[in-house]
Design a protein around this ligand. Structure first.
Ligand code: F6P
Length: 361
């Protein structure tokens, strides 16, 4: 291998630039490779939008959020919208991808992304034997094959800082403060930020809650003289027997699920049922922006370096992963489609319960 390509796909996560930087540095310094970066995820690979990445291009990007390559949730080469006779039809344009790669003389790809991007990576490997290595990314931390994804620690830190701030205003006004956080169908961000930020109630998708139990906790605190309460709600949390608040938006082959809204439902109910003034904050994409924490910078750097090393060792069709304390790899086929959710016996859930935190169940 003399030339490799790199792209970032799916939603962004703090630490993407740290991965790109490590890939470029290790590839050029250690192996004398040429690195080509594709723009805006698989869109750049399909439309051949690419640029060479030398060490100069990655100077100063370590602490920067986002991705210098751009990214998108759309653009699947196996299901790509093309116009035919004035109509949009979805086609397999993966042949075009292979031509573009051949045109650049690229013999290996580092694909940094979430479940959707990693599935495409696996398909390119299976169908064309394209040497690929995946790097797992998501703030949600819901990939089964790795102990942790980069971006998660930063998201938790941002949510924890928000909880610290909500505490002071909650205390002054004797209010209930509800914070809705991201995480899609998993409660990792809510659980970790809730514990780190001293929440009184944590609602996660894995543990269906009842409004009565949530209000019981708030009332119990009142009776104990604590006039404020802090409630963290994961965007995918749902009441027992209730519907998940999800809006489905279909774009190409990707079906991004617009979660969110449950925070407001919970806030309204608490105010109605307890009579205590309640305010809701939806943290949203603040959790995805900004500078990665040192933990995420380190994990992203380890992943980026390992991706190049594994590619050079011929470990194709795999994904780098954290198997604490080491970095390892797993076949992409095993890494995708399997979600990691908070187990009911999770020790942090147990500790939180023992500390008096309610999960509303
Ligand atoms: O998967 C990361 C994530 O931020 C989820 O936590 C959230 O549900 C979703 O992406 C938001 O997606 P978008 O940026 O497309 O609105």
């Amino acid at each position: 291998i003399k030339r490799i390509g790199v792209l970032t796909g799916g939603g962004d996560a703090p630490g993407l630039n740290a991965v790109i930087r490590a890939v470029v540095k290790v590839a050029t310094r250690e192996y004398g490779l040429t690195v080509i970066g594709f723009e805006d995820g698989f869109g750049g690979l399909i439309e051949n939008r690419a640029r060479r990445l030398t060490e100069k291009e990655v100077v100063g990007i370590l602490p920067r959020g986002g991705t210098i390559l751009g990214t998108t949730n759309r653009d699947n080469p196996f299901h790509y919208p093309v116009e035919e006779n004035g109509e949009v039809v979805y086609k397999d344009v993966s042949g075009r991808v292979m031509e573009n790669l051949a045109g650049h003389g690229i013999q290996g790809m580092v694909i940094i992304g979430g479940d959707g991007s990693l599935k495409i990576a696996e398909e390119l490997w299976k169908r064309y034997s394209l040497p690929v290595i995946g790097v797992p990314k998501t703030i949600d931390n819901d990939l089964l094959a790795t102990d942790q994804t980069f971006g998660f620690d930063t998201a938790v830190t941002t949510a924890t800082e928000a909880l610290d701030k909500l505490h002071t205003t909650a205390e002054s006004h004797h209010r209930v403060m509800v914070l809705e956080v991201m995480g899609r169908y998993a409660g990792w961000i809510a659980l970790h930020a809730g514990v780190a930020g001293g929440a009184d109630v944590i609602l996660i998708p894995e543990i269906p809650f009842t409004f009565e139990k949530v209000c019981e906790k708030v009332r119990e605190r009142r009776r104990a003289g604590k006039k404020f309460s802090i409630v963290v709600v994961a965007e995918g949390a749902k009441p027992v027997g209730g519907e998940l608040v999800v809006k489905k938006v279909v774009e190409g082959s990707f079906e991004p699920l617009r979660l969110g809204g449950i925070g407001n439902v919970v806030g309204d109910k608490i105010e109605e049922m307890t009579g205590i003034e309640t305010r809701v904050t939806v943290l949203g994409h603040l959790q995805r922006g900004g500078s990665p924490t040192s933990f995420d910078r380190i994990l992203a750097t380890r992943f980026g370096a390992a991706a190049v090393n594994f590619l050079m060792e011929g470990r194709y069709g795999e994904m780098v992963c954290l198997r604490t304390p080491d970095i390892g790899s797993v076949p992409l086929a095993e890494a995708t489609g399997a979600m990691k959710r908070v187990a009911l016996g999770n020790d942090l859930v147990r500790a939180a319960r023992q500390m008096g935190i309610s999960f509303g169940d």
